[in-house]
Structure formats: C-alpha cells, structure tokens
Design a protein around this ligand. Sequence first.
Ligand SMILES: [Zn+2]
Length: 272
Amino acid sequence: MNRRFLFAFFLLVSRTLFAAEDTQTGFRVVQERSADGVTLIMKSDYCVEFTVTLEATLTNMTSSRPVPFTVDAAGRSSFVLARFKQADKSRSWRYNYYFRWEYGGRRNSTENDADYAMPFGPGRYVVMQGPRGTFSHFAGSGSENAVDWDVPEGTIICAAREGRVVGVRDDSTVSGTDPKFKPLGNYIIIKHADGTFADYHHLQTDGAMVKIGDAVKVGQPIGLSGQTGFASKPHLHFMVFQAIDGKKVLSLPFRLKTDHGTFTEFIRGQAY
Ligand SMILES: [Zn+2]
C-alpha cells in the first residue's frame, strides 16, 4: 500500500509577523508528530495569561476537540491544544492550522474600576486621538477606547497603574501609515491585578526601560515614547484591554486621575 503522509501548516500570530519574533514574545506551537497524527502543544516562555484561538483544516483526520476553538492558558506555560488523528487508516491525511494569541485570559466582566495616572511625568498632555477616533480607534475595533497622547520622541513613559510586565518589544525601527506597519510597533504590556492589561505603544527603538517579569509601581519610568509601527507622528498610544479571543481584544474606558482633575472623556486637541 502506498501511504503518503502530508504535513502542511501555517503559523499566524496576531502581534508578530516573522518567525524570529516568536523567540521574543515566547509564544509558539510545538508539533509532536507520530505515524498517524500530530499533537499541537502551546508553549509560552514569559506570559502565562493569554488566550489562543486555533483554526484548522483537516483532511482524513479527526480532532480531539472541535475546531475552531478558543482556550485560556489560565496560568499554564505549556499545554496540549489539540490532537489530530488519522481517520481512515487506508487513506493519506493532512492538516493546516492557524493559531493566534492575545495577552490576557477572558474575564467575566468588562469592568475597569481603577484609577490610572497620566502615563508621563508631571504636567499636562494633549490628546492627539481619543476614543472612537477615525484614524485608528474606530468604534467596534480593539482600540476603540485607546488614547493617543501627543508627545515628542523620547518622552519618558511612566506606568499608569501598578502591575507586572508581561510583554516587551523594542527592536522595531520602522513606522508609517500603511497598514503593513500595524504589527511593527514597539510596546510594553503590563498586567494589572484585576486581569486587565495596559498597552503602551509606539515606543522608540531600544526604548524599553523594563523587562518581562518586572513588577512596576504607578509613576515608575518604563520606557521612551516614539513613532514605531502604525503611526504618522510620534505619540504614545495608551489603552487598557482584555482578550475577547486569540484574535481580538476589547479596549476598556479608563479613569485618569491627575493632580488637577479626574477625567473619563478624552477629546482630541485638549490638554489633560
Ligand atoms: Zn492609537
């Protein structure tokens, strides 16, 4: 009997485009192949709070769980995503799969009842794009409630809320308004005690002042602002979010508390 085994797979991760970056984020799927199938194991080196969505196309194979599906890592750094097994032993089999991940487990609520400090040193800062802005904070998008602060390149970014650093990227050197730059921004991701996360985005190249695993206090300098990724000029994109699934996040409204007032609405061109 001429039995052919075909392996085919494609990887897609939502925050990265290139294989080399997998080592940086630490998120990857390892395949353990056997004569009649494969086991897909999700691995994460640095962050154990994340959500994965797996999609797959199977030919003459069954899956240990129906695809597509979404699963929370829930504190695990390594776990089996699925096992694909040959169905009819006399026929060849093949599979394609796509996995995508987002920081954070899925929460039961969308509450964000916390105070956030201005993510810079003392002073007033102008909003370049507020929630539901029409450049990139569209209603219904994952950045719906993000705020872009108009700050020059190299401005010291401070933690707006205490937490733990779970994601850092600062090796990107490019920016522009072409959508191809969307996954190429430098960032720091901080996990808060309530399971929400903050994204400090578009940092300068080599602009991170913290590393994964660091505990940070409110007001602590964490990095330098810049213009990397999808950006037309230097600014800090700040947002609080939680995962919806491995492909999408929900950005949450947040309450900014400063020494000159408390704000929950952010209007373009105004200083806070
Ligand atoms: Zn933005």
